[in-house]
Design a protein around this ligand. Structure first.
Ligand code: GDP
Ligand code: MN
Length: 385
């Protein structure tokens, strides 16, 4: 798994490595925002510190011109729910007056088995969209990890992307620094979007993303210290930690519960295949007892984005009858089932399980394909209403 740094943490790491970043201060209450803004000088940007992209569009970033506006922005952003994340901190940052926004980033190209540096003059927007709609707008340069990134490779990527000559040198040097960070800090994704260019040809990292390999934290004490603070404000992810589930929140509305990572992944792919959108990855693990099943349902039900739930359980150590009892018990607590639940059981004791399941409470399907299709239909029906 990756550990994802907050923007302010990634900016600290970038700044230490010599990448220019705007002057900024972290704040967690309204007065703190206003005094930080007063100190920095207006205009400033007030930016939600949560682990989601597209904060700008979602209302998590505001540019303000005076103390009153700073207070209003702080009031609306602090405590807001941003795509399921509770905003507890904001970065108050000197606003940059820019003429251009670039994208620069380093990631692992699994197909090539090599890190790849990417540069685009279409920065500022969602780079995945650029990659899909206009792939040529992103220049790519693969790096041999045993040699590291040569300065000429950085220059080539920047040149290929068509970056303005006046800033090409600075951008190349930032790209090379970014690569060195990726390598030396065990990064998985490291990116700046936007890398802002000002009218005076200054180059400034206005945003910062740094994801690092969690398994390497033992040799990155500086990053390991940031880990606690980086813990996401996502209540469901915290709940998942308590229950000891492998859980990842996704952006769709079909909730998925399964046992075993491979099985859950397959279910995710099938939901996608049948035109649905997975709301989460939730692996309840092996030997799932009734109580764990109830906890898993509790988690998925408490996700507002979920419109239907599909259970995909393959019995090995986990017995189908045990799971079925867990599902019944969990659902019997409700006067009204909050969201339709579809269950598919296979493996050990699946037949007993199917008999035990209370079909007044759940829809039972024989095959995984049928179960997934049914759940996707239920989710669509909710959306049509
Ligand atoms: P993201 O939406 O979560 O990726 O957050 P970003 O930090 O990338 O900010 C999104 C957008 O907000 C940028 O592309 C800018 O257009 C705008 N923005 C952010 N900071 C500043 C700033 O300091 N000055 C100006 N003018 N715009 C900013
Ligand atoms: Mn950004």
């Amino acid at each position: 798994m990756d550990m994802r740094l907050h923007e302010y943490q990634a900016k600290d790491v970038f700044a230490d490595a010599g990448i220019p970043t705007p002057e900024s201060q972290l704040a967690s209450d309204v007065d703190g925002v206003v005094s930080a803004a007063d100190e920095i000088g207006y205009p400033v940007a007030v930016k939600a510190q949560v682990h989601v992209g597209g904060r700008g569009k979602a209302g998590g970033i505001e540019l303000v011109d005076d103390a009153d506006e700073a207070r209003e922005a702080a009031d609306s952003i602090l405590g807001m729910d941003l795509k399921g994340y509770h905003v507890e901190q904001v970065l108050v940052e000197e606003a940059v007056d820019f003429t251009n926004e670039l994208y620069v980033g380093i990631t692992m190209d699994r197909g090539e088995g090599k890190p790849v540096a990417m540069v685009s003059t279409k920065g500022g927007v969602n780079i995945e969209e650029v990659a899909e709609e206009d792939p040529d707008a992103i220049a790519r340069e693969h790096v041999d990890p045993s040699f590291g990134m040569h300065p000429y490779q950085a220059r080539k990527a920047v040149y290929d992307a068509g970056v303005d000559e006046a800033v090409a040198r600075d951008v190349s040097s930032i790209l090379k620094t970014l690569y060195d960070l990726w390598e030396n800090k065990d990064g998985s994704d490291v990116e700046i979007n936007p890398l802002m260019i000002t009218a005076d040809d200054e180059v400034i990292a206005a945003d910062a993303v740094m994801n690092v390999d969690e398994d390497a934290l033992f040799r990155q004490p500086e990053l390991a210290e940031m880990e606690e603070e980086a813990a996401s404000g996502d209540e469901l992810e915290q709940k998942a930690d308590e229950y000891n589930f492998d859980y990842v929140r996704l952006s769709g509305n079909t909730g998925i519960i399964g046992n075993g990572a491979g099985l859950v992944m397959t279910t995710l792919d099938l939901v996608d295949h049948y035109g649905g959108e997975p709301a989460n990855f939730l692996d309840v693990g092996g030997g799932a007892k009734a109580e764990r099943i109830a906890n898993a349902l509790d988690m998925v039900f408490s996700d507002d984005n979920v419109d239907s739930v599909v259970f995909n359980i393959f019995g090995g150590i986990t017995r189908g009858d045990e799971v079925a009892r867990g599902i019944n018990e969990a659902l019997e607590q409700f006067d009204e089932i909050p969201k339709p639940v579809v269950v598919r059981l296979a493996g050990t004791n699946w037949e007993e399980g199917m008999e035990i399941l209370n079909e007044d409470l759940v829809t039972v399907e024989q095959t995984l394909e049928d179960a997934v299709q049914r759940a996707v239909e239920y989710a669509e029906e909710v959306n049509e209403q």
